[in-house]
Write a protein that binds this ligand. Structure first.
Ligand code: GN1
Ligand code: MG
Length: 368
């Protein structure tokens, strides 16, 4: 069904004026809906949940409803602070009072409130932006820290388990389609070699979890730069959005993902690899912001694995993009044929830069 007719199924007053497509996001389809009555206008976010990625969208929505209800209560308690106004999206029910709408084709749709007067940026603007990204992530992790993890569904088994992505990669590489792509592209062969050289490192966080050095906690799962909303009025971070992947995990997955997306000034879709690197100044600003919130819950072991998490999650995303290219683009949406190959090269170049700057990054972590 068309998004225009779906938009009318949600409990928002007025008539649909327009539905605009929002192109960021590699998984779900996202739209901004504008509805008007004779005296006001309401805008909200409408999304079609990708069932290629989330086979059980109803579980995604159960988590989202539970975590946003819980989060709103916590944020209400903090609403007194004049310095910063926190926001968190709210699930908008359908006219029948449900948390999602299933259309005639079996597609799952949901509506979420818009974060007011705020902007999501594809690339880093300045050091203050990096500080805010870290602060917002640390704040979100602290808000959900006491949510019982046994009440969160596992919506995406294997998410951020790097050894699992490696196993899948090994299976994909054997296919005829992947072999053809590898023999046709020296870039692809180069990335394949890069992956093989780092096999041993892939289990660094999972091993630490097995040894009991790290523990599972509620995490965001996808705190990339575009999911951190900056307040247009105060210039501060005001919200973290895209709560599809809130589930039990290691806070390191979040930290690594935030750093790899914030501290690469060229962004995820760069074409010129010479512009891709980890910027240590913005890393320092991000860590400073993050620790203002996170130092109350980080253990010594947690701190010990922060550098590794940045290297690992960057490598992991490079591997996920590259494997999806070899598999025929079955997971991440693309706009041109070799986009997932290009995204893979960018993350692997970034991973290399993180390795080059390891001692500088470790020094930053040690100082704070
Ligand atoms: C996907 O859909 P989006 O853009 O929020 C992916 C993340 C990746 C990200 C890279 C559920 O997120 O894990 O880091 O692309 N989400 C899922 O841009 O796989
Ligand atoms: Mg997401």
């Amino acid at each position: 069904m068309l998004p225009e007719s779906i938009a009318a199924e949600f409990d928002v007053p007025g008539q649909v004026v327009t539905v605009l497509s929002i192109d960021t996001g590699n998984v779900n389809d996202t739209y901004r809906v504008i509805k008007r009555t004779t005296y006001s206008e309401v805008q909200f976010v409408l999304q079609r949940i990708s069932q290629a990625v989330f086979p059980k969208p109803e579980l995604v929505m159960a988590n989202m409803k539970a975590i946003t209800d819980y989060g709103h209560e916590r944020l209400e308690e903090q609403a007194e602070s004049p310095n910063r106004i926190w926001q968190l999206p709210k699930v908008i029910p359908t006219l029948k009072g449900e948390d999602f709408f299933v259309d005639a084709e079996g597609e799952y749709w949901r509506a979420l409130s818009m974060i007011a007067s705020a902007t999501s940026h594809e690339k880093l603007m300045n050091l203050e932006h990096a500080h805010e990204a870290g602060f917002v992530l640390g704040h979100f992790q602290s808000v959900i820290a006491d949510f019982p993890i046994d009440q969160l569904e596992d919506t995406l088994p294997g998410f951020h388990i790097t050894p699992g992505y490696l196993k899948y990669h090994d299976e994909v590489v054997k296919t005829e389609g992947a072999q053809k792509k590898l023999s046709a592209s020296s870039e692809a062969r180069r990335i394949e070699e890069f992956v093989q050289e780092r096999r041993g490192f892939a289990s660094v966080l999972e091993d630490a979890l097995q040894r009991g050095e790290l523990q599972l906690r509620p995490i965001h799962g996808d705190p990339k730069i575009t999911n951190i909303m900056m307040d247009n009025i105060t210039g501060k971070g005001t919200a973290i959005i895209d709560l599809d992947t809130v589930k039990p995990g290691l806070i390191h997955y979040d930290f690594g993902d935030c750093v790899r997306s914030v501290c690469n000034p060229a962004g995820e879709e760069a074409k010129d690899l010479s512009c891709v690197f980890v910027d240590v100044d913005s890393f320092e600003a991000l860590v400073r912001g993050y620790l203002k919130q996170a130092k109350k819950f980080l253990t010594d072991w947690d701190r010990n694995y922060l550098y590794d998490s940045v290297r690992l999650i960057t490598f992991e995303l490079g591997l996920r993009f590259f494997t999806d290219y070899l598999a025929g683009d079955v997971y991440f949406k693309t706009n041109y044929p070799a986009q997932n190959l290009n995204r893979g090269r960018v993350q692997m170049k970034l991973c290399e830069s993180i390795e080059t700057r390891e001692s500088m990054m470790r020094r930053v972590l040690k100082r704070m």
